[in-house]
Design a protein around this ligand. Structure first.
Ligand code: PLP
Length: 366
């Protein structure tokens, strides 16, 4: 077999998604008993208690295929978000929805505009379908440069991703900036607003893209149960899509893309608003403790609207390794002068702060 002839050449430059290091690997390397995996923006606690009970109750029914239309969950989400069912799509993680939207709309040589650095899956789906990535640098404050993103649009632009709040910087753009952007974005461009960290935001100036979603405008809004709801291991996300796009995605998704425990766990998670609020507040509080540690140690960082913080370092490789030796796994970005650390429980924060202090004592600075 001539594998080069067989496999689509668009895939040649792609590299597989690199997950963070496993805790077991780091335990061996560091000799520490407690390993904190703060590299994947996961929630430190398990799923909501009611979700766990509901999943346990459903395990003996896994001989059956899931409800392919996720009817109960979609109905619940529509009621919660005030959306019509024709606009609500659930997916195997919001990752799948990003890919399905790209697959539904991209033709070879189309252009896809997104900020950079941002979520690594945007360039991946762009390349996967033979389209061209147009990366627009963030401003010096780590915020999407919406004017530059508009300037990057042309007749070949098909798709534009906004990551709000942005991963990895945790930053948001303002309501005014978003409204000015929406007023100018060309009509032929589909704007996909990825709100994976939506639930962690407290800022009143944060524009919730769902408020601008009317089912007619070419805007899609994506969210996930992987973060504040702690269902990352189950893979479930959802999106508000204009009906023609929702129908296209429905045609190309796998017939049973969202498994039964995921559907049921997501449903029951939505019923427990006090637990959601408790997690939001705890995340906010732990983030301020981390900020005060960074301020004390002279570490520069972006103020984050998420459950992770992006901090600057002139020696990312050494700092990454030194934190590993302390049993703390953070996310690196190759040689970029920054690292990203997740927010954990109060106990996790105490360990994280002690780890940063000891790294500064060892390396002199971060
Ligand atoms: C910005 C952003 N979008 C989407 C996702 C994917 O989430 P999911 O687990 O729902 O696929 C992530 C996960 O880290 C993310 O950071």
């Amino acid at each position: 077999m001539d594998w080069d002839a067989l496999i689509r050449s668009e895939l040649d430059p792609m590299v597989p998604y690199a997950p963070g290091l496993r805790a077991s690997e780091v335990r061996e390397r560091s000799g520490k008993d407690v390993i904190l995996k703060l590299s994947s923006n996961e929630h430190p606690c398990g799923p909501f208690p009611a979700a766990v009970r509901a999943m346990e109750a459903v395990l003996h029914r896994l001989n059956r295929y899931p409800d392919g239309s996720a009817h109960a969950l979609r109905e619940k989400l529509c009621a919660t978000l005030d959306l019509a069912e024709e606009n609500l799509v659930v997916s195997n993680g919001s990752n799948e929805l990003i890919r399905l939207i790209a697959q539904a709309v991209l033709r070879p040589d189309d252009e896809v505009v997104f900020a950079w650095p941002s979520f690594v899956v945007y360039p991946m789906v762009t390349q996967m379908f033979g389209a061209v990535a147009v990366k627009v640098p963030l401003t010096d404050d780590g915020v999407h440069d919406l004017d530059a993103m508009l300037a990057a649009c042309n007749d070949r632009t098909r798709l534009l991703f906004l990551c709000s709040p942005n991963n990895p910087t945790g930053t948001i753009y303002s309501r005014d900036a978003f409204e000015a952007f929406l007023a100018k974005v060309p009509e032929h461009v589909l704007v996909v607003v990825d709100e994976a960290y939506f639930e962690f935001v407290f800022d009143n100036d944060y524009p919730d893209a769902l408020e601008y979603f009317d089912g007619v405008r070419p805007i899609a809004v994506l969210r996930t149960f992987s973060k504040v709801y702690s269902l990352a291991g189950l893979r479930i996300g959802y999106g508000a899509l204009p009906a023609p796009l929702a129908q296209a995605v429905d045609k190309i998704r796998e017939p049973f893309n969202v498994n039964t425990p995921a559907q049921i766990a997501a449903y029951y998670s939505l019923l427990d608003e006090p637990e959601l609020e408790r997690r939001r507040l705890e995340n906010q509080e732990q983030k301020t403790y981390l900020y005060s540690c960074f301020d004390r140690l002279g570490v520069a960082y972006y103020r984050s609207h998420t459950n992770f913080v992006y901090f600057m370092t002139e020696k990312p490789v050494e700092v990454f390794e030194a934190l590993l030796e302390e049993g703390v796994i953070v996310r690196d970005f190759g040689t970029a002068p920054a690292l990203r650390v997740g927010i954990g429980t109060p106990e996790d924060t105490a360990i994280t702060i002690a780890a940063f202090e000891s790294v500064v004592a060892r390396l002199g600075s971060i």
